[in-house]
Design a binder for this molecule. Structure first.
Ligand code: AP5
Length: 215
């Protein structure tokens, strides 16, 4: 099973992807995580991406298509993958089609997390993650079970993303509306799109996605 999770910043793509990884053994392919790793490692791609990401704009199609293509060559993706944050432009959607055809892979669903944009700044400003394993949390909606201790790895170190500030979030949302939302008709024409209420509680969104994946 190979899927795309689609939705604006803070829609819950990463949260749902992590749960699919834990429960179904799928592989999360987050271009945002890949780019943040490149920035942290100071690679040439990371150096190019750093300022663009900090502004909330999109990194160039060539860069993200390149890193995704390389990642799709790893054996683990054959277990089934979740694309989280990719594709994000019509050119990326077309590049993905070509990459999948070339590698003998296919897409099963494009699951759209339908959300109210007004709620997203609140979600994003409350977000934090484990500094060691990356597990995601929220100040109100998803706290660790034991205060200050990661549920997954037991670490007590947490971090917040530098692009999770109100000004950058506005740019990220504008980029989504202008460049990412227009890819929907491309997947609608292929009959792959399924919509889920992304404003529902995390566990309900998860159940709705499970319902799609098991039909
Ligand atoms: P990326 O890392 O992909 O960020 P994003 O798309 O902005 O999405 P987020 O990670 O902010 O949101 P999410 O939907 O995963 O929400 P989450 O589950 O964490 O991209 C970052 C940057 O990298 C881009 O701006 C761009 O520069 C670059 N980039 C990446 N990919 C690119 C590409 N393909 N092309 C070009 N550039 C690219 O949830 C948010 C919070 O809400 C969490 O705290 C969570 O606990 C909480 N929450 C989640 N669901 C619910 C719920 N149902 N109810 C209540 N709270 C919830």
């Amino acid at each position: 099973m190979n899927i795309i999770l689609l939705g604006p910043p803070g829609a819950g793509k990463g949260t749902q992807a992590q749960m699919l990884v834990e429960e179904r053994g799928m592989v999360q392919l987050s271009t945002g995580d890949m780019l943040r790793a490149a920035v942290a490692a100071g690679t040439p791609i990371g150096l190019q991406a750093k300022a663009v990401m900090a502004s909330g704009a999109l990194v160039s199609d060539d860069i993200v298509n390149g890193i995704l293509s390389e990642r799709l060559d790893a054996d683990d993706v054959r277990r089934g993958f979740i694309l989280d944050g990719y594709p994000r432009t019509p050119a990326q959607a077309e590049a993905l089609d070509a990459l999948l055809a070339e590698k003998g892979m296919h897409l099963d669903y494009v699951i759209v997390l339908a959300v109210d944009e007004d709620a997203l700044v609140d979600r994003i400003s409350g977000r934090f993650s484990c500094a060691k394993c990356g597990a995601g949390y929220h100040d109100r909606y998803k706290l660790p079970k034991a205060e200050g201790v990661c549920d997954v790895c037991g670490s007590t170190e947490f971090k917040r993303r530098p692009d999770d500030n109100a000004e950058t979030v506005r740019t990220r949302m504008a980029e989504y509306r202008a460049k990412t939302a227009p890819i929907l008709p491309f997947y609608e024409a292929k009959g792959l799109v399924r919509r889920v209420d992304g404003m529902a509680p995390i566990e309900d969104v998860k159940a709705a996605i499970e319902g799609i994946l098991t039909t």
